[in-house]
Design a protein. Sequence first.
Length: 350
Amino acid sequence: MSDITKIDENFNIKTNIEKEDICFYDAYSKPFSVYGVFKENGIYRRMPERVAKSVSDGVEYLHINTAGGRVRFITDSFYVAIHSEKQMNYSNMNHFAFSGVCGFDLYVDGIHQKALIPPQDMKDGYESVFDFEDKKLREITIYFPLYSGVGDLHIGLEKDAVINEASPYVNEKPVVYYGSSITQGGCASRAGMSYQTVISRRFNCDFVNLGFSGSAKAEDAIIEYIKNLDMSLFVYDYDHNAPTVEHLEKTHWKMFEAIRKANPDLPIIMMPRPKLYLNDDEIKRRSIIERTYKKAVSLGDKNVYYIDNRELTALCGSEGTVDGCHPTDFGFASMAKAVGDVIEKINIFK
């Protein structure tokens, strides 16, 4: 066959990348492995569209933000390129780097190499390329944007390069995180710096990010969805999005109880907002979360864990946010250390 583009249009991507031997491949095809998101109706999503619609307008809008999404593979190509199309549901924010909002993030053998950053005037998508100094097999992980939807992603590699599946994660069942904009990744400077991604690299573990900016309120529909997921660990933190203290009190134990009933042996971690100094309202909220934990323990639950706000901020102190709320990379590193240390004690990733 002299011209594969005639039978496979994935190889015929229009590009401005100046590589004569470049071939593009759909990231959502073998041997590439996509984690944390899946494709439905031509768009990458973190949960089924019907479920998102049943929860709230906010979750419906945000569930196509690809926080926690990754594509992994092994190649000996001299370069790796991306060609992203149909990026949507994103905003330019004055406190959040565009590299974190819309950028992809390239890691090689677990080490950061380059943030693939779109232009500020991006209309629909963008492309970028990273060149290596030599030709050898490398394991590639590309993290998807934290606050942007993605319709299509193609990976550009050298013609005739080796492409193999990446080595599997140590856990078949993902860690599931539920929470607010902090859980979604705001305001990490790039996608590989959310606390879940740092933990994932520490333990080589898979995860799903169900953080929904301003929209994590423990509704019945989201509880029903999460309790039926096949997961290795559940971490929840939606304090910031509970509209009132009363709402948090009404829903926090309810969520724990529902998930525990459906998953008797599942390790569950709960925590308040990652803030060092709390006002009176925030102290009341923390007390509610502590009561859920203590009640579970008093009932004999030996697989429930609580992380205090002071532990979450132990590394960064009061210097870990961009606006008094959303973590910087420093703040996320502090969270990752605290949560990761508890995961290590649980010892589920042997």
